[in-house]
Design a protein around this ligand. Structure first.
Ligand SMILES: Cc1cc2nc3c(=O)[nH]c(=O)nc-3n(C[C@H](O)[C@H](O)[C@H](O)COP(=O)(O)O)c2cc1C
Length: 135
């Protein structure tokens, strides 16, 4: 069975302009498509939540690029874990909305950080599946 990796984090928005957000989506989609990475990016006023998945090496390269980007700060990793299934295969980076009860991203972040790793992964899986239905 083929094995992939998945990665989720929150970060603080450093530049609130819509043009910056559009440019992040544009370059991310180009790069992710090339390297077979897929996922979602969610933004509220002050916070990003990103979920990414793909081959181990490609995902590690992607995360390295993202972590050096000054358009956000304070990356807080929720998990980095193996997975057998890709939720967003074919979506190089979808601009997603979370279900209503998780739309306050800093509250969602606090909730996840208070959970053991297995539960964090299960909750993000559940939210990603719901977010996919809203795309
Ligand atoms: C919140 C956020 C999410 C990002 N997500 C991705 C991503 O999924 N893939 C990616 O390649 N770059 C992503 N980036 C952009 C990278 O940090 C970097 O600017 C980009 O990969 C550089 O690509 P380029 O050299 O082709 O312009 C993200 C940046 C931010 C601030």
């Amino acid at each position: 069975m083929r094995c992939f990796w998945k990665y989720a984090y929150f970060s603080d928005v450093a530049d609130h302009s819509d043009d910056v957000f559009r440019e992040i989506l544009r370059s991310s989609r180009k790069n992710n498509q090339r390297s077979g990475v897929s996922g979602i990016l969610v933004r509220d006023k002050n916070t990003y939540f990103q979920y990414l998945e793909g081959d181990k090496e490609a995902l590690a390269d992607c995360v390295l690029r993202i972590s050096g980007d000054s358009r956000h700060n304070n990356m807080t990793v929720i998990f980095s874990a193996q997975t057998a299934a890709l939720f967003f295969d074919g979506w190089s980076l979808a601009e997603a909305k979370l279900p209503q009860r998780k739309q306050n991203l800093s509250a969602f972040k606090r909730l996840l950080l208070g959970l053991p790793m297995e539960d964090r992964i299960a909750m993000v899986d559940e939210v990603c599946l719901e977010a996919k239905l809203l795309l």
